[in-house]
Design a protein around this ligand. Structure first.
Ligand code: ADP
Length: 366
């Protein structure tokens, strides 16, 4: 087990006009499950590959267990990596696939057997040890690929989009299995995905990246309750946070035909007469039309069992804006209906319209 430090790491690929990763500073604790997440091309795989030693950094240092590993070759970093395309050796059995790397590493025969059996047990593969990969389901094959990495007992375990070629149901199953396994093994893990749901459900902490730049790192709750900018706010949570540009008066924010009061301190932090207001769909309370609030016309209702989501449009600051609000799964307005929506005031986020940076809530800065 080990801690990992990205110490102001930058990598610019030759022939490109901006770094794929720029000044990444990130401390990953011993035993932590850290998820790197962001849209395609944001630099998350590059960040992972630099840790594995598969890409040479342009600037900065990588520390593993407090040792400078920046220029150490991949095989000497004591890291195991599971890729999106986990190639198993087709002519070898499950046990042989898992034993192979140990054999190369010079681990004794008895120890090899012990480790493979223990990991197979953890991964529910004990009954399949003598099968060839072609006789396994996709999920089982993936577990073998993970097992092959785990038996080596690496200091750090890396996974790059391991679930992206699974169907939805298997993704959810494998997701919980990986998360449980992580807790049992207690090994430091860095996991890359573009899927924020996966990130929020699996990670101890999540590092959100955009265009090579780390935006925020925090627990799922910190990201959801305290997004540092509109990018993180809009990227995390499902459906995403509503972000509206609203007009500001001397003492409040105009939200439809109601003024949401803001503190003097928050008002002083708002430059100009507009602010971006962020409200998650679950924090918008929908009621009958005509109340003092935002007036929404429902254009679509999505029923998801216990919950439903109302999608609609509303007039705000001279525009027709799109709005999403959570409603009851059974007892909800119909398409075409007009409703009112008021935010839970302590859950309103305010952002600067120019920089996108967080200003605070209605009552407090920060
Ligand atoms: P992600 O994993 O978030 O999708 P990547 O780390 O793969 O992003 O890529 C980050 C950026 O670096 C992208 O703009 C991508 O096009 C670029 N990139 C990745 N690999 C190379 C390479 N070998 N040569 C040049 N540019 C690359």
């Amino acid at each position: 087990m080990a801690n990992v430090v990205y110490d102001n790491i930058t990598l610019q690929y030759p022939g490109t006009d901006r770094p794929a990763v720029a000044g990444l500073a990130l401390d990953i604790e011993d035993g932590e499950f850290l998820v790197l997440v962001g849209p395609s091309g944001c630099g998350k795989s590059t960040a992972l590959r630099m840790l594995a030693g598969l890409e040479e950094v342009t600037d900065g240092r990588i520390l593993i267990d407090d040792e400078d590993m920046t220029h150490v070759s991949p095989k000497d970093r004591d890291i195991a990596m599971v890729f999106q395309n986990y190639a198993l050796y087709p002519h070898m059995t499950v046990a042989e696939n898992m034993r192979f790397a140990l054999k190369i590493a010079g681990v004794s025969k008895d120890e090899r057997r012990r480790r493979v059996e223990a990991v197979a047990e953890q991964l529910d593969l004990s009954d399949y040890l003598d099968r060839k990969p072609k006789a396994l389901s996709g999920g089982q094959r993936q577990r073998v690929a993970m097992g092959r990495a785990i038996v080596r007992e690496p200091k750090v375990f890396l996974m790059d989009e391991p679930l992206s070629n699974r169907d939805a149901k298997l993704r959810v199953q494998t997701r919980s299995r990986i998360a449980t396994l992580q807790r049992e093994l207690g090994v430091t893990k860095v996991y890359v995905t573009h899927d924020q749901t996966e990130a929020l459900t699996m990670g101890d902490r999540i590092a959100v990246m955009k265009l090579g730049v780390l935006q925020q790192v925090g627990t799922p709750r910190q990201l959801l309750d305290h997004p540092v900018n509109t990018f993180v706010a809009g990227f995390t949570g499902s459906p995403a946070m509503n972000l509206f540009t609203a007009e500001v008066t001397d003492d409040g924010v105009l939200f439809g035909n109601v003024v949401l009061p803001i503190s003097v301190d928050v008002r002083a932090a708002i430059r100009g007469d507009r602010v971006v207001i962020g409200v998650r769909p679950e924090d918008l309370v929908v009621g009958p039309a005509g109340l003092e609030s935002l007036q929404i016309t429902a254009t679509l209702i999505e029923e998801l069992g216990a919950d439903g989501y109302l999608f609609g449009t509303a007039p705000l600051a001279g525009d027709a804006v799109s709005v999403v609000a959570r409603v009851d799964g059974r007892n909800h307005p119909e398409v075409g209906e007009s409703v009112s929506a008021l935010p839970v005031s302590e859950r309103v986020h305010l952002f600067d319209p120019g920089s996108g940076r967080r200003i605070g809530s209605l009552s407090e800065r920060g």
